[in-house]
Ligand binder design. Structure first.
Ligand SMILES: CCCCCCCC/C=C\CCCCCC(=O)SCCNC(=O)CCNC(=O)[C@H](O)C(C)(C)COP(=O)(O)OP(=O)(O)OC[C@H]1O[C@@H](n2cnc3c(N)ncnc32)[C@H](O)[C@@H]1OP(=O)(O)O
Ligand SMILES: Cc1cc2nc3c(=O)[nH]c(=O)nc-3n(C[C@H](O)[C@H](O)[C@H](O)COP(=O)(O)OP(=O)(O)OC[C@H]3O[C@@H](n4cnc5c(N)ncnc54)[C@H](O)[C@@H]3O)c2cc1C
Length: 646
């Protein structure tokens, strides 16, 4: 064990194990997660570092691992969805798998949209993996759902739907598992009795069940990408492909072609809401991994000098702390927000299953906004962590390049982040309702007292300072008032309308304000949820260290967005000047606990897969060892010498 890292752990002021329990949701859950993690010792999961393999080899290795995972899940009798998720995230490490989409989109779509008869037919096939599924929605030319071109036309004479991609732009593009899957949930515009009824989901068989040969359908892999090398994102062109009427999910077409309206057309979009909710938790996980790597490495890396003494640990440089500790605070904040998002998703979808759709718009707005907010922040954060590791952060052995390449598409898939932030119609609607005197409930209730507060651009000197920067509840309050930026967005729309612009143009001309309002709303939610969580934590040592992190998270956010807080008169200029001073104090308070705080995330070394983030801190000898395994070192003289240089 590296002596620096030993010393760091001795300095901790709290019980790391107890904090792990809080993050997991209780000691039982930690115990179970650790039991599941023992699978990492299974030699059947031994594999070559994907960084040393070609794309085709990576795909093959990943498929082998996925198949092994399925067999082991059966062998160990793991069937609880949360445990399956935990098991898979442990085994998958930092990479995705081709069968991932079967689990996260195909199966959930079947569970939520099959009727009884369909469940009886499809669920046994899909849960036994005879049917391997993908989710084919996006097209070469469009993502916007109303713009999708693939059609499903009902033919009452044969009781079939005819699926067709009429143009190049209508070819399905990006769905994972182009080579792996034999079935797809295809999203297509439904036509019956000559009328279009919008987007609906259909189960389409793509390949022969025994030979895996494609049916008369063009299906394949779209080629190498920025990352996702294990995943065969695919294309799919349907040329008048016929499927039985029973393959339409939720069965909205009667045998005579009559269309039966669903309770809400948006239920078809349910799987996206599910994944967006999951992505909040994934952001927390990846932020936590990145911080673990960068902070452990910073504790063992010595460089340069502060005084004329031996070289200090780079974690002692104030600038290094300023790069990493706000991200550490973010990882904790997002962990608690992830817990909230999962609970909220299951609570509201439970109500939806009982026929109560009243909270569906809020669930959509919150999941879309938090997905965008947390993935954007994490995406930037991983890169900061990588750079903070200097040159070794650029080596694939650090895992940080892979974490970035695998994570960055979360800002794009399941709804591009700007587009998701623009789903703020809900915010604007709520604002208008509050302004009309309606009492809002839940997370939007802060808009109720807006008329009294009138938060908008004012000279800071004209208003009293509301905030004690050392008081977290005051900070939450000020984020809440800043979130009232939605007022500016709503006003901008109003002004545009007064210029006789159409509603659509008024919306587009206010889009920057709308995204800002959405961002402020999400930021408020994160600060509030982090602060609320503190009241549940009884252990005084842990409460203290997490309070310090929450303060850092809140103050750092204010410093980055100081214009908004000053403009709204929520803070005075002298207070704004105090914030960097307080931030520096908080960095010093966090410093002795930094390694313990990342240890509490409890990532086994094999899950981190990072030489820099090793628990024992023995970085250098293992970097050397890793490099020697590079395929270029397989021979002392590379064949290129004989071919070209000699
Ligand atoms: C630790 C856990 C690990 C888990 C890890 C998971 C990792 C997985 C790894 C890899 C998997 C990769 C998966 C990627 C899969 C995909 O990307 S699938 C494709 C996803 N595509 C999209 O997300 C498309 C984005 N676009 C849209 O969603 C829509 O076009 C839109 C929301 C932007 C607009 O909707 P649209 O219906 O076309 O327009 P409008 O008519 O304007 O909207 C009408 C109203 O409907 C409301 N609404 C929209 N969506 C929903 C919804 N989902 N639920 C409820 N309501 C919705 C919208 O707000 C409008 O409301 P109002 O009329 O009241 O204003
Ligand atoms: C790794 C990966 C896996 C994927 N897996 C799947 C899958 O399994 N199944 C599937 O169906 N799809 C999948 N996708 C596709 C993914 O869902 C889409 O790429 C995503 O929804 C974004 O759409 P787009 O690519 O059309 O981007 P665009 O919408 O074309 O975005 C391009 C730019 O236009 C801007 N823009 C677009 N519309 C607006 C607007 N209304 N207002 C303001 N700005 C706008 C965006 O902000 C962005 O800057 C995957 C994508 C990736 C990268």
């Amino acid at each position: 064990m590296n002596p620096d890292i030993v010393k760091e752990r001795q300095n901790a002021s709290f019980d790391v194990q107890k904090l792990t329990y809080i993050l997991d949701g209780g000691p039982e859950k930690t115990k179970r997660r650790r039991e599941i993690s023992l699978v990492l010792n299974d030699p059947d999961f031994d594999e070559e570092d994907p960084n040393f393999l070609s794309r085709s080899e990576r795909y093959e290795q990943a498929v082998r691992k996925s198949a092994q995972m399925i067999l082991k899940l059966r062998e160990y009798g793991i069937s609880d969805p949360a445990e399956i998720n935990c098991y898979k995230s442990v085994v998958r490490g930092n990479f995705h798998e081709s069968l991932g989409l079967h689990y996260v989109m195909f199966l959930p779509t079947l569970y939520s949209q099959c009727d009884q008869e369909q469940s009886k037919k499809w669920l046994p096939l899909a849960t036994s993996f005879e049917v391997l599924g993908t989710y084919a929605q996006t097209e070469l030319g469009h993502t916007h759902l109303r713009g999708l071109e693939t059609t499903a036309t009902f033919d009452p004479t044969t009781q079939e739907f005819v699926l067709n991609s009429p143009t190049v732009t209508s070819i399905k593009w990006w769905p994972g598992a182009g080579k792996t899957s034999n079935h797809a949930v295809v999203l297509a515009q439904l036509y019956t009795r000559g009328k279009c009824h919008g987007l609906h989901a259909f189960i389409v068989q793509l390949r022969h069940m025994d030979t895996h040969e494609p049916l008369p359908i063009l299906v394949g892999d779209i080629g190498p990408k920025f990352g996702f090398s294990e995943v065969d994102n695919g294309f799919l062109k349907l040329d008048h492909v016929r499927i039985p009427r029973e393959n339409m999910l939720m069965k909205h077409v009667e045998p005579d072609g009559r269309y039966v309206k669903p309770a809400s057309a948006k239920l078809t979009y349910g799987t996206m809401v599910f994944i967006r909710s999951l992505l909040v938790g994934l952001s927390a996980l990846v932020m936590a991994k990145s911080c673990t790597i960068a902070i452990r490495y910073s504790a063992v890396r010595h460089q340069s000098e502060i005084r004329s003494e031996p070289e200090p640990q780079i974690l002692d440089y104030q600038t290094q702390q300023y790069k990493l500790f706000p991200l550490l605070a973010t990882a904790y904040a997002f962990s608690f927000v992830g817990q909230y998002m999962t609970e909220t998703y299951y609570r509201i979808s439970g109500d939806i299953n009982q026929g109560d759709l009243s909270e569906l718009p809020e669930l959509h707005a919150v999941s879309a906004g938090l997905k965008a907010f947390t993935t954007w922040t994490t995406n930037t954060g991983i890169e900061v962590c990588r750079m903070s590791c200097g040159g070794h952060g650029y080596s694939r052995s650090s895992a940080l390049p892979d974490l970035y390449a695998e994570f960055t598409p979360t800002c794009t898939y399941e709804g591009e982040n700007t587009v998701m932030m623009l789903q703020t119609a809900y915010l604007v609607k709520s604002y208008r309702q509050a302004k009309a005197g309606e009492q809002l409930r839940g997370i939007m209730s802060y808009l109720n007292d807006m008329e009294q507060r009138h938060v908008r651009a004012h000279p800071a000197s004209a208003r009293p300072a509301l905030v004690d920067i050392n008081d977290l509840s005051d900070l939450v309050e000020s984020y809440k008032l800043r979130a009232a930026l939605v007022e500016s967005a709503a006003k901008s729309i109003q002004q545009e309308l007064q210029k006789r612009r159409s509603h659509e143009d008024a919306w587009n001309n206010s889009a920057i304000d709308l995204v800002k309002a959405s961002d402020a709303h999400c930021h408020y939610m994160v600060v509030k949820l982090f602060t609320d969580k503190l009241s549940e934590i009884g252990d005084p040592d842990i409460n203290l260290v997490l309070t310090t992190l929450a303060q850092l998270y809140a103050l750092h956010g204010i410093a980055l967005n100081s214009g908004d807080f000053l403009q709204a008169g929520l803070l005075t200029v002298p207070q704004m000047q105090q914030i960097p001073v307080r931030i520096k104090e908080l960095l010093c308070l966090i410093r002795p606990n930094a390694v313990a705080l990342v240890d509490a995330f409890d990532f086994p070394d094999k899950v981190l897969s990072s030489v820099l983030g090793r628990y024992d801190g023995n970085v250098y000898e293992n970097l050397f060892e890793w490099a020697r395994r590079s395929p270029l070192n397989a021979t002392e003289v590379h064949e290129s010498f004989h071919k070209y240089l000699k």
